[in-house]
Design a protein around this ligand. Structure first.
Ligand code: ZN
Length: 160
């Protein structure tokens, strides 16, 4: 069976940046299952997975625009220290989760100047080319419930 709209594919993967550093991997966690064609996967990877079958493997480099987009300097905001949790450590590299109407965003502290904190709302992987090494393990039909939820159930997926 080939990966197509509304199939569940189970894959092993290793993600590295151009410097060869491992950013993420299924190794140690076990293969990941996802529903194909519902936008759960980054577009550049989903496109490459289309039509693959169990036993296939490939390497692909995905440019930032087909992954998490380019970095935007406009997404760096200066906020008063008082707006952040008082007991949180505030120093470069520290990340906060912000709830907004369009979902949860990660904000990373880039600079602290007195009572002003410069926060970067770019996705941590924005501007980064992603190198994936993928082994396709298994492909099956998604259930109606999985399609509705937008994620796979069972091994490698979600519990419900
Ligand atoms: Zn579910």
């Amino acid at each position: 069976m080939q990966i197509a709209q509304n199939t569940v594919a189970t894959i092993d993967y290793t993600l590295t940046n151009d410097a060869g550093e491992v950013l993420d991997s299924s190794e140690g966690r076990g293969p990941m299952a996802y529903v194909h064609g519902v936008g759960a996967m980054i577009p550049g990877l989903e496109k490459e997975l289309e039509g693959k079958a169990g036993g296939d493997n490939f390497d692909i480099r995905i440019a930032p625009e087909d992954a998490y987009g380019q970095r935007s300097e406009e997404l760096i905001h200066a906020v008063p220290r008082a707006q952040l949790p008082p007991d949180a450590p505030v120093e470069p590299g520290v990340q906060f989760q912000a709830e907004t109407p369009d979902g949860t965003h990660t904000l990373t502290v880039v600079k602290v100047e007195g009572d002003t904190v410069h926060m970067d709302a770019n996705h941590p992987l924005a501007g980064v080319a992603l190198n994936f090494k993928v082994d396709v393990r298994e492909v099956r039909e998604a259930t109606a419930e999985e399609i509705e939820h937008g994620h796979a159930h069972g091994k490698g997926g979600q519990e419900h």
